[in-house]
Write a protein that binds this ligand. Structure first.
Ligand code: FES
Length: 280
């Protein structure tokens, strides 16, 4: 057994105006997980501690919390001395329990074809594409860290993951691309935060959001600004409008060194340095 000192962010909406930290000392066995700390506190110190769990083995997603600020599954995260355990960054109902229902209800379900209509099963190649998107356990860790959801009406990473998963499935008859565009597909910042915290390592930005955006472009859902940039590239080979002499025109194609030559290096200026940031 080992003794650990931990802090838990407690909050009882009936008594507390704001969350408060509470310190505990517990004994857990070697190899214990954060969930074992919560069990120990609940069983031996304070039975009012509220937290969620079900499978205890990283399969149901119900035990997600923040440990030292990072979203993790309590049942998979190693129990260490000195840690702080807090709820996900979502509306808190009590202690470590957050309100998941509104987010879960926004995740689309498969819309089967009407009775009597022929349904094609996914082919092997389609299954291979669907598979990485199917592993979600709806722990909402991704949703709790998405910056776009704080400032736009973006429905969030796992909602987009599901739209793409269904867009790939021939049994589904929903309008996945228009729905994704309506729900903020183009407001995702591609920051990758959702992928970094996903306990199932689902690459939502690359495997769902970028692919949905490609489909949206093909289906004519591109934003007006995207169309302007695409037209400019076709017309001029550049993504920005010329407003002043370019960097290359100002310095020439060969830049001589101030001292003796030590090596030859190439400098790729791209559109921005060449036409927008010539002084940088
Ligand atoms: S209790 Fe099921 S994932 Fe942790």
């Amino acid at each position: 057994m080992k003794e650990l000192h931990v802090t838990i962010q407690r909050f009882d909406p009936k008594k507390d105006k704001a969350p408060r930290p509470e310190s505990y000392t517990v004994s857990v066995h070697e190899g214990a997980r954060v969930l074992h700390i919560l069990h120990a506190i609940h069983d031996t110190i304070d039975p009012t501690l509220a937290y969620r769990y079900c499978c205890g083995s990283g399969q149901c997603g119900s035990c997600a919390v923040r440990v030292n600020g990072e979203p993790v599954l309590a049942c998979m995260e190693e129990a260490k001395d000195g840690i702080t355990i807090a709820p996900l960054n979502l509306p808190v109902r009590q202690d470590l329990i957050v309100d998941l229902l509104p987010k879960i209800q926004q995740i689309a379900s498969l819309k089967p074809a009407a009775a009597g209509r022929e349904i094609r099963l996914p082919a092997k190649a389609e299954i291979d594409e669907i598979k990485p998107l199917r592993d979600c356990i709806e722990c909402m860790a991704c949703v709790s860290v998405c910056p776009a959801m704080d400032v736009t009406k973006f429905l969030g990473p796992t909602a987009m993951r599901q739209e793409m998963r269904l867009a790939l499935d021939p049994r589904d008859t929903g309008c996945r691309v228009p729905d994704a565009v309506r729900d903020g597909l183009f407001t995702c910042t591609s920051c990758q935060a959702c992928w970094k915290v996903c306990p199932k390592n689902i690459q939502i930005p690359g495997k769902a959001i970028e692919k949905l955006r490609a489909l949206a472009n093909k289906e004519g859902f591109a934003l007006p600004r995207h169309l302007q940039v695409a037209a400019l590239i076709k017309e001029t080979g550049r993504s920005v409008v010329r407003t002043a002499p370019s960097f290359m025109e100002q310095v020439g194609t060969i830049i001589e060194p101030y001292g003796p030559v030590k090596a030859t290096v190439g400098f790729f200026v791209g559109c921005m340095y060449n036409l927008r940031q010539q002084q940088s």
